[in-house]
Ligand binder design. Structure first.
Ligand code: ZN
Ligand code: ZN
Length: 233
């Protein structure tokens, strides 16, 4: 077939055979797979939300830290979150990506995030470790796949360990480390320690993973931890 017809034909095929937008049901989803450009424009961004705690981005109608952050030892210093889990489209897309292992949903997330993570182009991304069950089910960390597709520099020095194992192997070390179940298994280069870096996870729920991961990184010499989560629940 003439290449002249190939492109329009691809669009036509996609229009009639592709899945409709999960939010408005239109079939014109290009360049996305599960959503349309118009719904993509209306996704709720955390940065546009008022009344949130500056530290954990939870809804909080007063100035300063929310009660949860006030009564807690926090090891991260700054948080960036992009999309809100309160947005039903994002909630559905995230479900497809994380629990259905949907490649089209993953591609959509990459495309959406590309737009919103431009300011971090020259950062090094440290991937937060995912849970045992996720890794076992998928065989990989889904956050790593997204960061790799976005073309960012990244590393995976952190690991989640079972608590009993943790206490055994870290018996001689600090009490703080024994309390956490995330450890650093690789040494961090001076370049990463002194450069711009982000600790990244897909969803911020209680912040427990990021808090433990931040502590593990601070024990390696980081003085300031900036976290990035694709979604705030
Ligand atoms: Zn739509
Ligand atoms: Zn808070």
């Amino acid at each position: 077939m003439s290449p002249l017809f190939q492109e329009p034909l691809k669009h036509l095929k996609r229009f009639f055979m592709g899945k409709p937008c999960i939010s408005c049901k239109t079939r014109a989803t290009e360049p996305y797979h599960n959503l349309c450009p118009s719904c993509a424009k209306n996704i709720i961004l955390v940065k546009n939300q008022k009344d949130i705690c500056p530290r954990c981005h939870d809804t909080w109608f007063k100035n300063g830290l929310c009660p949860n952050c006030q009564g807690r030892e926090l090891h991260w210093d700054k948080l960036h979150t992009v999309f809100s889990y309160k947005d039903s489209l994002m909630k559905n897309l995230f479900y497809l990506y994380k629990f259905k292992n949907s490649l089209p949903a993953e591609k959509d997330l990459v495309l959406l995030l590309k737009e919103h993570l431009k300011e971090f182009q020259d950062y090094h991304f440290i991937i937060a470790p995912c849970g045992e069950s996720t890794k076992k089910r998928l065989g990989f960390n889904p956050v790593t796949r997204i960061i790799a597709q976005l073309g960012f520099s990244y590393s995976e020095p952190l690991e989640k360990v079972k608590k009993s194992l943790n206490i055994k192997t870290l018996g001689g070390e600090s009490r703080k480390q024994q309390l956490g179940n995330i450890i650093c298994t690789q040494s961090i280069s001076k370049e990463i320690l002194e450069g711009k870096s982000l600790l990244v996870d897909d969803i911020f729920t209680t912040g427990s993973t990021l808090n433990q991961a931040s502590l593990a990184l601070k024990e390696q010499g980081f003085s300031y931890i900036t976290c990035l989560c694709f979604l705030r629940s």
